[in-house]
Design a protein around this ligand. Structure first.
Ligand SMILES: [Zn+2]
Length: 279
């Protein structure tokens, strides 16, 4: 699942491409992508509007319009696809041979922005105001925002009895981390993912905060080199293995102490960690 750095890289690349463009027309090929909203609701809100800005909150992409906004969420492996013209879209989208899967497409003045998710978990929604989106409203502090300070982080940890790994995955406290970067942050902070959030001493909380900030910064750097081109559907997580220290490394030696990296289940998700040096 794309996490904060992947989504941020998408937003930075998308911004110069679509900002200021008017949405001429909306095509909804697979209405499941707008559920529980109707395709006509999304089309009615977006058609004729201009894209004022492109922002990110947690793992959401926000297309802020001159009136209302669109939110895009990639879930497991949603994608953005760029077409040079409406003619190219209509020729290639969902065509039987050499087709490109597209769920929703926004025709702009300079090309067409497509949203695609073959597995149909990803979503495109339209809202009159930011406050109307329950997903956005429930988000906690964005892990890349300036408000995400060691002090605020500690305040969020203290009342929580959840295991650290689950705490980091809850988007309602700290927004943006998924399975990969929560495992990586805990490895860098040398903390046992099973420990309860409230059990962290002040120094440990500072260490975890620092680890989160640096893991996300390094991952963003990786995601911007190469930046997404909205053509190659395999762009997600390309080259990431170079920076991973725990995630996906079950049975391989810990880069810090040499013990084998282990995999355990937490909340139905895999956690990768080093039992020897994460305490
Ligand atoms: Zn280790």
């Amino acid at each position: 699942m794309p996490e904060l750095p992947e989504v941020e890289a998408v937003v930075r690349t998308l911004r110069p491409l679509v900002q200021g463009q008017r949405i001429r027309c909306v095509h909804v090929f697979h209405p499941i992508a707008t559920k529980p909203q109707t395709a006509s609701r999304v089309a009615a809100l977006a058609t004729g509007r201009s894209i004022h800005s492109v922002d990110r909150k947690g793992k959401y992409v926000l297309l802020v319009l001159d009136r209302g906004l669109l939110t895009l969420h990639f879930r497991l492996d949603g994608q953005l696809v760029w077409f040079s013209s409406a003619a190219e879209l209509l020729e290639r989208a969902n065509a039987k041979e050499n087709g490109v899967h597209v769920d929703v497409a926004f025709e702009l003045g300079n090309g067409v922005l497509g949203f695609a998710d073959r597995r149909h978990f990803g979503r495109v929604h339209a809202w009159d105001r930011v406050e109307d989106s329950p997903g956005l409203a429930s988000l906690g502090l964005d892990a890349c925002s300036k408000e995400f300070t060691p002090t605020r982080f500690r305040e969020l940890l203290v009342p929580s009895v959840r295991p650290l790994k689950d705490f980091l995955l809850e988007q309602t406290r700290v927004a943006g981390l998924g399975n990969i970067y929560s495992c990586e942050s805990l490895w860098h902070a040398r903390l046992d993912p099973r420990r309860r959030a409230k059990s962290l001493k002040a120094e440990e909380a500072r260490r975890l905060h620092k680890a989160i900030v640096s893991v996300l910064a390094r991952a963003l750097e990786c995601c911007l080199n190469p930046a997404p081109d909205f053509c190659d559907s395999r762009w997600w997580f390309q080259g990431l293995e170079k920076i991973l220290r725990a995630y996906g490394r079950e049975g391989e030696p810990c880069r810090r102490c040499g013990a084998k990296i282990q995999r355990i289940e937490q909340g139905g998700r895999s956690t990768y960690w080093c039992r020897r040096c994460q305490r």
